[in-house]
Ligand binder design. Structure first.
Ligand code: DQA
Length: 140
């Protein structure tokens, strides 16, 4: 089984960026632990601050991988292009947020990409990524 985790803009700064909201752990430190939980799953990771690069990567794997776990960062709230991309793929996409976006600013409460996704996991810190993998496993 192959799963791709995609992080969008500013999520390369996890551990440094607003630690009160996103925690103190970096993705580099979290990923080996996550992979250790699922030795039989190939968990690939991709991060970009560039919208088109996120789309290119999703198109690249979106007809062959078993799942995409997508934290599109702020593009979540604005990107019709990412929504269109998700809807074009065969691979199911789970939307993820580290923070509980419903308990933050009004402008974070709407997800542009949500309607194209299988579902959303949010508010559980970095554990949101693991829960999204569990959700994908449950879909099989
Ligand atoms: C986020 C929430 C978004 O509103 C924000 O723009 C992010 C991170 C989260 O993981 O909580 O960059 O997607």
């Amino acid at each position: 089984m192959k799963i791709l985790i995609i992080n969008g803009p500013n999520l390369n700064l996890l551990g440094v960026r607003e630690p009160g909201i996103y925690g103190k752990e970096s993705m580099d430190s979290y990923l080996p632990r996550l992979r250790g939980c699922y030795p039989d799953i190939d968990i690939e990771y991709f991060q970009s601050n560039v919208e088109g690069e996120l789309i290119n990567k999703m198109q690249e794997v979106g007809f062959s991988y078993d799942g995409i776990v997508l934290n599109a960062g702020a593009y979540t709230h604005t990107s019709i292009a990412i929504l269109d991309c998700i809807r074009s793929l065969r691979t199911p996409v789970v939307e993820v947020h580290i923070s509980n976006v419903n308990d933050r600013e009004e402008y974070r409460r709407h997800s542009m990409i949500g309607p194209g996704c299988k579902g959303t996991i949010q508010g559980f810190g970095l554990d949101s990524y693991r829960l999204a993998i569990e959700a994908l496993l449950g879909q099989r």
